[in-house]
Design a binder for this molecule. Sequence first.
Ligand code: SAH
Length: 467
Amino acid sequence: MESLFNTDENKVYSFKKNEVYTVKIEDVGTGGEGIAKLDGYILFVKDAVREDVCEVKITKAHPKFAYAKLMKIVEPSKYRVTPKCPVSVRCGGCKVMASCYEEQLRFKQNKVKSNIEKIGKVTDFEMFPIIGMDEPYHYRNKAQFPIGYDNEGNLVSGFYAGRTHVIIPNEKCYLGVPENEEILKIIKDFMEEKNIAPYDEVTLQGLIRYIMIRKAFVTGEIMVVLVINGNKIPDQDELVKRLLTVKGITSISLSINLCNTNVIMGKVMEKLYGPGYITDYIKDLQFKISPKSFFQVNPVQTEKLYAKALEYAGLTGNETVWDLYCGIGTISLFLARSAKKVFGVEIISDAIRDARKNAKLNGIENAEFFVGKSEEVLPQYYEQHGGYADVIVVDPPRKGCDVALLETIVKMKPEKVVYVSCDSATLARDIKYLSENGFELKKVQPVDMFPHSEHVETVVLIQRTNG
Ligand code: SAH
């Protein structure tokens, strides 16, 4: 955003709230919003598509930029399409659904490149075209639906609108699997019949908070988790019986969450049916997935992402590799097949339990897993054992790597760092740190794991330059 303002640094603008202008959208911001300029003054216009000519109204004016609301499309952009989903604008999960898929990909490619150049302060690297999907719908294997009442007192499930806690009813999400709708209907019908109230975040009353559904795309197994503000659901055996009429359900659990919190899952899990996990494959490796464990949400793109990460790791069989933020050991086990030894680190203990089981399940004996924060486990291990690594893989959440972890990586002097990232801004920040400390960014491969949203996954190869 910073560099946008450089052009007219000394200019004083007097644009005000509620003023209406007709503008042409010139670019797309990192959150998927349209960007227009009025004599150098920047307008951020949510829901506008690049090259739309539109009437906009200023909603919040700052000295150098403003937020504006899209009032009317005067001339639609050639990139504009009718979103498949009728609630895409209100729901906010699919911020760029009104752009054709090619334009979405262009926006994401550009976002990654510009973040790396502007925040990472590097320009000399190989940038590959983003890997998109052939069929960018119904790709998500997991969804978490809050349940509540609408204004008329009807039971609804869907998604929270934008950054609010208002439920936008939406059972037929174009990103999710078709079974979601069927499962939600069974649960809502059951709640109505048995007079079971949804949880109310204000009064802290009511029982059912969320329904989490995860489907294994290869095996077809489906897990349903009912997150409840209580210890049991009245007549829960009957609910289980009804849910089992849905093809594929092999695991039904309760997650007990009695806290006044935004965290979805509670601490205690209780099995109502099945083993408490589902099993899926990525390529030829098999994985057990527990409710609280992270598993990549787009199985089709995960294969492509992992293939790139493995290619960048460039293993020959003799290497010692660390896989930080390893989840249930998915990347770790692929690495282990081509390395001497792999160490995985992950903060969620259930995920590490899964990772150890998964190693056994696949007959892999050269992978060892630790529970804890990467930024604590690796520095401690290094202090105590003088840890050595040829390759370090990191796959952190959006906030990126803690500086304590980056410091240790620098001290360990691996030949390569393979960084898998779901937020190119924090990726770029960490690239800057590493490139100032003896490493060099070599290759950047964006992968579209989340079509229609503003998010983009990236895998990069960083190599050590000094001795
Ligand atoms: N590499 C895995 C998981 C990536 S998602 C895969 O591809 O499936 C990021 C993971 O980091 C999650 O499992 C999350 O629980 C974990 N995590 C978050 N903060 C962490 C930290 N500080 N240290 C270690 N793991 C962390």
